[in-house]
Design a protein around this ligand. Structure first.
Ligand code: HEC
Ligand code: HEC
Length: 401
C-alpha cells in the first residue's frame, strides 16, 4: 500500500516545494527504498537554472510539477528558449509517466515503432534524452557538454556528484556529462513523476466515486464503437492492478493542422531555413521513412487537463476542441487556406488540411458520431486524470491558514 505516502508527495510537488523523499520506488513498481543519492542529485540538476547559457533556464522551467510536468508558460504554443527571441519547434509534453516508455524499437509482430523519448522518439531512453536540452540552441543553449560539467563541478552540490559517481567523477568530462544525464533520468524514475494519485486512480482503488458524467465519459473513452480513445490511450487497470498509463507509446498521424501561431515559423534562417514552410515530419524524419511521416508519439492523457496546449505543435488550446476534432475531422468541410487557427476553424465550422496529408489515420478517428453531450462526457472523464487529487473533506482540512 504505497498510495497514502504518494498522495502526500504529489501534494508537495503541486506546490513546487523541494522534495527529499522519505520513500522511493522505481516507477516500475519495484520495492520501495530510500530515495537514492543519485535521484537526489538528479533533482538538483533538474531544478538548476544556472545550467543554461546564459543562466536562467532549468529542465523544471519547461517541465513544472504544477503544470503536469509540461511548460507552465502558455503564452506561446512552443517553449521559449533561454536566448531572447528563440523558440522551439514543438510543444513541451508532460514528462510524467515517461519513465515507463520502453526503449525506442521496432515491433516486427505489430509492424510499428514503439517507445523512446520526444515526439519523434529520437532519444531511445531517458538517459539519452537528458543530454539534448542542454545543447539545444533553442533551449538551454550550451555549446558543449563540457560547459555543463564545469558548472556542475563549481556548484554547491559537486560533493554529492562525487559521492555518487566517485572521487574522480569530474576527471573525464565526457563521462561526467553522461553521469549528469544518468542522475536526471534516475530522478524522473521516482514516483514524483509517476504518482498514480488522480481521482480516477482513487476510483480504481475503491476510494473515490466518479460522477455519472465522468463514468459515462470513461465508457465512451473505452468503447470501440464510440470514442475508441483507449485504443491508443489505455487507461484500464493493468496486471499490477494499476490504472493504465494513458498511452501505448506508439506513433500515429492524426492529421493535426499546421499551427499559424507556432513561433518557430518566424525564426531566422540559421534556425529554420524554410521559415513558414516548415513541415514537421515527426517519426518519419527520425527513421527516414516516408511511410512514417507526420506520426508522433501518443502522449499520455494523464494530467492532460493541466497541460494545454495540445498536440506536437500546440494547435489546440482546449480538451473540448481536441475531442471535437477527433469527432468531426472527416465530417466538417476543409477550411480555405492552410494556416487557420483553432479559434478561426471553430468559428467557421471547418478543419484545415493536415500538416502532413500522407499517413493520416482514417480508421480509428475522424467521424466518431458523438453528440455534444458525449464530447463533454469524455472531457469530464479526462479531467479525473490529474494527479494529486484528494477527497473534498481532506482538502478542506488540509488548507493552510
Ligand atoms: C525550453 C523548454 C525545455 C527545456 C528547458 C527542457 N525541455 Fe524537455 N522538452 C521540451 C520540448 C519542446 C520537448 C519535445 C521536443 C521534441 O519532441 O522534439 C521536450 C521533451 C522532453 C522529454 C520527452 C517526453 C516525451 O513525451 O517523449 C523529456 C523526458 C524531457 N523533455 C526532459 C527534459 C529534461 C531532463 C530537461 C533538462 C535537461 C529538459 N527536458 C529541458 C521542452 C523543454
Ligand atoms: C490511433 C491512436 C489514437 C486514438 C484512437 C486517439 N488518440 Fe489521442 N493522440 C494520439 C496521438 C498520436 C496524439 C499526438 C498527435 C500529434 O501531436 O500530432 C494524441 C494526442 C491527444 C491529446 C493531446 C495530448 C497532449 O498532451 O498534447 C489528447 C487530449 C488526446 N489525444 C485525447 C484523445 C481522445 C479523447 C481520444 C478519443 C476520442 C483519442 N485521443 C484517440 C493518438 C490517438
Amino acid at each position: 500500500m504505497r498510495a497514502p505516502i504518494l498522495l502526500s508527495l504529489t501534494a508537495c510537488a503541486a506546490f513546487g516545494l523541494a522534495l527529499v523523499l522519505p520513500h522511493d520506488a522505481h516507477a516500475d513498481g519495484a520495492a520501495p527504498a530510500l530515495l537514492s543519492a543519485k535521484a537526489r542529485l538528479g533533482q538538483l540538476l533538474f531544478d538548476d537554472a544556472s545550467l543554461s547559457d546564459p543562466p536562467g533556464q532549468a529542465c523544471a522551467s519547461c517541465h513544472s510539477a504544477g503544470a503536469g510536468f509540461a511548460d507552465p508558460d502558455r503564452s506561446t504554443p512552443t517553449s521559449k528558449g533561454v536566448r531572447l527571441g528563440l523558440f522551439g519547434d514543438r510543444n513541451a509534453p508532460s514528462i510524467a509517466y515517461m519513465a515507463f516508455s520502453p526503449r525506442f524499437h521496432f515491433n516486427p509482430t505489430e509492424g510499428h515503432y514503439v517507445g523512446g523519448q520526444f515526439w519523434d522518439g529520437r532519444a531511445a531512453t531517458l538517459e539519452e534524452q537528458a543530454k539534448g536540452p542542454f545543447l539545444n540552441p533553442l533551449e538551454m543553449a550550451h555549446s558543449s557538454g563540457d560547459q555543463v560539467v564545469a558548472k556542475v563541478q563549481a556548484s554547491a552540490y559537486a560533493p554529492l556528484f562525487r559521492e555518487v559517481f566517485g572521487a574522480d567523477a569530474f576527471g573525464d568530462t565526457h563521462r561526467a556529462f553522461d553521469h549528469v544525464a544518468e542522475a536526471i533520468a534516475e530522478w524522473q524514475r521516482t514516483p514524483v513523476f509517476s504518482p498514480f494519485t488522480s481521482k480516477y486512480d482513487a476510483y480504481l482503488a475503491g476510494r473515490a466515486r466518479l460522477t455519472k458524467q465522468e463514468l459515462r465519459g470513461l465508457r465512451l473513452f473505452e468503447r470501440e464503437d464510440k470514442g475508441n480513445c483507449a485504443a491508443c490511450h489505455p487507461v484500464a487497470r493493468d496486471d499490477k492492478g494499476r490504472g493504465g498509463l494513458g498511452t501505448d507509446f506508439t506513433y500515429d498521424n492524426l492529421g493535426v493542422p499546421r499551427n499559424p501561431a507556432n513561433p518557430f515559423y518566424q525564426l531566422p534562417t540559421a534556425h529554420n531555413p524554410v521559415g513558414p514552410n516548415h513541415v514537421d515530419l515527426g517519426l518519419g524524419g527520425r527513421v527516414r521513412q516516408a511511410e512514417h511521416y507526420g506520426k508522433f508519439k501518443v502522449p499520455t492523457v494523464r494530467n492532460v487537463a493541466v497541460t494545454a496546449p495540445y498536440m506536437h505543435n500546440g494547435y489546440f488550446t482546449s480538451l473540448r476542441a481536441v475531442v471535437d476534432f477527433y469527432n468531426t475531422r472527416d465530417v466538417r468541410p476543409r477550411c480555405a487556406g492552410d494556416l487557420v487557427s483553432e479559434a478561426e476553424a471553430l468559428r467557421q465550422g471547418c478543419w484545415p488540411r493536415p500538416e502532413m496529408v500522407a499517413n493520416v489515420n482514417a480508421d480509428e478517428l475522424g467521424n466518431l458520431r458523438l453528440n455534444p453531450g458525449e464530447v463533454d462526457d469524455i472531457v469530464a472523464f479526462m479531467q479525473t486524470l490529474t494527479d494529486g487529487w484528494q477527497p473534498e473533506a481532506r482538502r478542506v482540512a488540509g488548507r493552510l491558514p
